[in-house]
Design a protein around this ligand. Structure first.
Ligand code: G3P
Ligand code: CA
Length: 303
């Protein structure tokens, strides 16, 4: 037994020294410029522009969410066959429009000929109030131009080096590198995007979230030096808890802005805010605004 203790002593001391060295050299993230001026209150983030209220990822949705007074617009991007960045969630157009097919197989003119309000219903399919209203799939450029001052979360939906480079170029061309947080479920997309666009804030990819959860579980979150500024997570994933009060507190301690998705019931919003969530990514931004005692009437905004 004594021999075993002696045998383990040196490696354990070495590990402890490495841990202390990493902790001493680790540095927290800094607040993204995109959130400066917004961080003193919980953020209301319109998921896909507020898909519970109007057709998702459309200019119609983004304008109304903006008019509602949300803090942030969340949107998803793909690349058309002829190389345009378009704002749409799925890889196919079938679920949200009157068309069929993969986005990467369609040109912009074909995508924009579709009715992006066609499938939206609030009553389980009894009525479709936005059909034939001229609502279409927007390009990212159109959305950036329409909302130059609004903070935006842009999610890369396909790992594609050309898309990532193009996203950076468009943000630079529109002078919006400081207005945006970029996220993705693809770690390699985020890594490449950070390389080509280091001036734009990003959120944690799936591997980074896993690392954070493990470090938090081991009580070692102080070791983390995040390469990202925001943590956008669900409360749980595959039945495993992610956003505990402890994890939120430690992530905030590491300088991260913690935003939870997709939170649609006011009771959940209230509970998560009490746990320390700093942003609510929601299909119903009106509910979050009401809960927070903020204005819920549509008032035309400049951008
Ligand atoms: O931030 C992630 C959030 O947008 C949830 O993902 O599938 O609705 O785009 P999704
Ligand atoms: Ca998204």
């Amino acid at each position: 037994m004594l021999k075993l203790a002696r045998f383990l002593l040196i490696p354990l001391c070495l590990l402890a020294c490495i841990g202390v060295a990493i902790a001493l050299s680790s540095s927290p993230a800094s607040t993204p410029e995109a959130l400066n001026g917004l961080t003193d209150r919980p953020l209301v983030i319109a998921h896909r522009g507020g898909r519970g209220l109007w057709p998702e990822n459309t200019q119609f949705a983004f304008q109304r969410a903006s008019d509602l007074g949300v803090d942030v617009l969340e949107m998803d991007i793909h690349r058309s066959r002829d190389g345009h960045l378009v704002v749409i969630h799925d890889r196919r157009v079938d679920r949200t429009t009157d068309g069929q097919g993969r986005i990467r197989d369609l040109d912009l003119s074909q995508l924009q000929a579709l009715d992006a309000g066609y499938r939206w219903t609030a009553d389980g399919g009894q009525s479709f109030p936005y059909r034939g209203q001229g609502i279409r799939i927007p390009t990212l450029d159109e959305v950036l131009k329409a909302h130059p001052r609004q903070t935006k979360v842009i999610e890369i939906k396909v790992p594609d080096a050309d898309l990532e480079t193009q996203l950076c170029q468009q943000l630079q061309a529109q002078g919006q590198t400081q207005r945006v947080i970029v996220g993705s479920f693809y770690e390699r997309s985020l890594q490449r995007f950070r390389e080509v666009c280091p001036q734009v804030a990003t959120s944690a990819g799936p591997s980074s979230v896993k690392l954070l959860v493990v470090l938090n579980w081991l009580g070692l979150s102080d070791l983390l030096s995040p390469s990202y500024e925001a943590l956008q997570v669900p409360e749980e994933h595959d039945g495993l808890p992610i956003a505990s009060a402890d994890l939120i507190a430690n992530a905030r301690e590491r300088g991260l802005h913690v935003q939870l998705w997709t939170i649609n019931e006011q009771a959940d919003m209230q509970r998560l805010l009490a746990m320390g969530a700093q942003g609510l990514i929601t299909d119903y931004p009106d509910r979050a605004l009401q809960l927070l005692g903020r204005q819920t009437a549509l008032a035309r905004q400049d951008d």
